[in-house]
Design a protein around this ligand. Structure first.
Ligand SMILES: *[C@@H]1O[C@H](CO)[C@@H](O)[C@H](O)[C@H]1NC(C)=O
Ligand SMILES: *[C@@H]1O[C@H](CO)[C@@H](O)[C@H](O)[C@H]1NC(C)=O
Ligand SMILES: *[C@@H]1O[C@H](CO)[C@@H](O)[C@H](O)[C@H]1NC(C)=O
Ligand SMILES: *[C@@H]1O[C@H](CO)[C@@H](O)[C@H](O)[C@H]1NC(C)=O
Ligand SMILES: *[C@@H]1O[C@H](CO)[C@@H](O)[C@H](O)[C@H]1NC(C)=O
Ligand SMILES: *[C@@H]1O[C@H](CO)[C@@H](O)[C@H](O)[C@H]1NC(C)=O
Ligand SMILES: *[C@@H]1O[C@H](CO)[C@@H](O)[C@H](O)[C@H]1NC(C)=O
Ligand SMILES: *[C@@H]1O[C@H](CO)[C@@H](O)[C@H](O)[C@H]1NC(C)=O
Length: 307
């Protein structure tokens, strides 16, 4: 077993490191012959060292080359990434700015919408107002026309009233001379009186009597004092009663001109629904239901025919 390993060592000797070659115990124990053959085979001693060194150099160079290659490659990558990061940062800023702008735009849009709606409302209101104004203008014009019409009518009315007065107070008389009272009315200064002295079927209620007087530019007769009271009495005839302008209103005797009865001894106490009835020659008037048909006596102011 030992010999085999020794032989194996011998064969492997040139391949081993240079340091082991010098002290060789195995070589001296064996014969010189085999030594001599070994010497002739390793005759160029420099060659033994050149090969490993070259290999080492090659490896070293390769490592250095790779290192240089990778170093440059890595730094290039690094720079690229840095640039990219910078680019991204700037783009983020840009987006941020854009986002701010978007928000501002939204705000502006919103404000604009509100303003526009306000504007729409305003213009709607303006339209409404101008419509109203037009209507008012129309009404005003209508009123002006109505007033003008009324003035025209009034002028015509004045003329026709003047004509009516001439006819009633002057031309109706047989001598065609003008009188203070219309034809058929009796003068007791300062008033004219007309009594409906007629048979029963022509009699009417107090309201109807007042209407008849109104239709003849007069009222039912009124007496504020004893003279006027006597004047009414003087202008009535016959045995039957006459309505005068006195009736109960709100529990009080009231004249048709709105004044109160001044002398309460002229008629019994007021009863609701009663009116004053005059009998010729009697001092005290009767209090009678206004719905009873009676004769009646009207009164109007007499015209003044002298200055
Ligand atoms: C960032 O990159 C984009 C493409 O991704 C390029 O168009 C742009 O020019 C770059 N900007 C800078 C500042 O490098
Ligand atoms: C975006 O707006 C915010 C506040 O609204 C502000 O702090 C920021 O600086 C703005 N950014 C840019 C890029 O203008
Ligand atoms: C947008 O409007 C809101 C309130 O409506 C306000 O708080 C915000 O500051 C506004 N932003 C800008 C950029 O004007
Ligand atoms: C809209 O109009 C109202 C009154 O009509 C006013 O009070 C309000 O301030 C207005 N709003 C804007 C945004 O102009
Ligand atoms: C405009 O008018 C409408 C109704 O006519 C109302 O709903 C709306 O709030 C108004 N807008 C403004 C800004 O006043
Ligand atoms: C019409 O008569 C009234 C009095 O009844 C008078 O005031 C008015 O001035 C008269 N009108 C004209 C146009 O004469
Ligand atoms: C009032 O006038 C009418 C005609 O219009 C006449 O019939 C009536 O007798 C008059 N009344 C009096 C009290 O004169
Ligand atoms: C009321 O009338 C009576 C009779 O007509 C008369 O005697 C009396 O003096 C009058 N009283 C007043 C206050 O006028």
């Amino acid at each position: 077993m030992e010999e085999i390993t020794g032989e194996a060592d011998y064969v492997n000797a040139p391949e081993g490191p240079a340091d082991k070659k010098a002290p060789r115990p195995d070589d001296t124990k064996k014969g010189s012959a085999p030594e001599g053959t070994v010497d002739t085979k390793a005759s160029p001693p420099g060659l033994r060292f050149v090969l490993p060194i070259a290999v080492c150099w090659i490896i070293l160079l390769a490592i250095m080359g790779l290192r240089i290659y990778f170093t440059s490659e890595l730094s290039e990558d690094n720079a690229k990434q840095t640039a990219e990061i910078l680019n991204l940062t700037s783009r983020i800023q840009e987006l941020e700015t854009r986002k701010n702008l978007t928000v501002q735009y939204d705000n502006l849009t919103q404000a604009y919408t509100v303003l526009e709606s306000n504007n729409t409302n305003l213009s709607a209101e303006v339209q409404e107002l101008s419509k109203l104004n037009q209507q008012l203008e129309t009404w005003k014009n209508n009123l002006i026309r109505q007033i003008q019409d009324m003035e025209t009518t009034w002028n015509e009315l004045n003329i026709s009233r003047a004509q009516w007065s001439i006819n009633s107070y002057c031309l109706g008389n047989t001598d065609k001379k003008c009188q203070p009272c219309q034809k058929g009315w009796d003068l007791t200064e300062p008033s004219c009186y007309a009594s409906s002295y007629l048979p029963y079927p022509g009699w009417i209620t107090w309201e109807e009597a007042q209407e008849d007087c109104r239709g003849n530019n007069s009222d039912l007769a009124v007496a504020h004092d004893s003279e006027e009271k006597e004047a009414i009495n003087t202008n009535s005839f016959g045995l039957n009663g006459y309505w005068i302008g006195l009736r109960v209103e709100d529990g009080k005797w009231k004249w048709v001109d709105g004044s109160d009865l001044t002398n309460s001894s002229w008629i019994p106490a007021p009863v609701d629904g009663h009116c004053a009835l005059l009998y010729t020659g009697r001092d005290i008037w009767s209090s009678v239901s206004c719905d009873k048909p009676q004769q009646w006596i009207c009164q109007q102011k007499a015209l003044s025919l002298s200055v």
